[in-house]
Ligand binder design. Sequence first.
Ligand code: DAH
Length: 336
Amino acid sequence: MTEVFDSLRKEIEAESLDSADAVDSFRIRYLSKKQGKITDLMKGIKDVSPGERGTYGQGVNELKTLANAKIKDAKTKLGSSASDQRDIDLSLPGRAPKMGSLHPITQTRHLINRVFESYGFTVEEGPEIEDDWHNFSALNFPADHPARDMQDTFFIEPTDLEHGGIMLRTHTSPVQIRTMKDGEPPFRIIAPGRVYRNESISYKSYCLFHQVEGLFVDEGVTMADLKQILHAFAQTIFGDDVQMRFRPSFFPFTEPSAEVDIWWNDESLPGGGRWLEILGCGMVHPNVLEAVDIDSEKYTGYAFGMGIDRIAMLRYGIDDIRILFENDERFLDQFA
Ligand code: DAH
């Protein structure tokens, strides 16, 4: 029996493993489950008498250790590059890194910013957590105005009328107040940002959305300036032949106030389209100017506010606002 082991050991020692292929065929010849010589020896243990099985098994194990050590040795000598090469298929197409893209709301915000920046507006920001004074009082909201109601506003500290409350801002208009309070006229700013409202969620309204506020205050600013800038804006976003109308409206912080509609062509509708509201605007109410210590006899201004989500939905033909907040990659990938 020992002769079998001895001759196999010599045979193994004599093998020269000088290539990856040689290592492979060596492993198959001695160690493979089906036909390996050492494996065969192991299988033969059942024919060995019980008394000799211990020595036999030990002999086989020594051969196994020897063979494995030889393989390990050869692999180190051949270097990892040689053995790895067989695992790499250079003809396979590469895996491209997945590129992210800007969210459609971000893209639309950038576009709106660009348009107004080209008219000399600068971009301002304000906090999303506001106090009653900036969000309502300074904007000429009467104490009993329904917008102050719990139904619409997410309060952080509830309002008591003497001290005011703390809330998630319900619109970007408080940035008008912050800007005017901190500086001297003229002001020519836009303020994009997130706003929050406690509304029931549906395809057309969500508890958070985005607005851009615009404000221009100087001597001699008129409603004609407002119409001109908004028309130019609508042309850039919706095309030169956009049809636009001003509809009288009401906001506490502007007088007069208007809502702006654009004619939206849609073959599926009788008459080929309908008027769609895109923003609210007006001449800054004298009370608002006085609240921030600006002389309303000397200065006038216009303001406007529009929903970025709304504009994005029109541009991209999105019919459910909720999808803008779901971060579904199948949706987002379309804006790469
Ligand atoms: N803050 C108004 C809203 O959230 C939008 C708005 C309307 C802003 C008229 C304005 C404006 O600056 O003049 O509905």
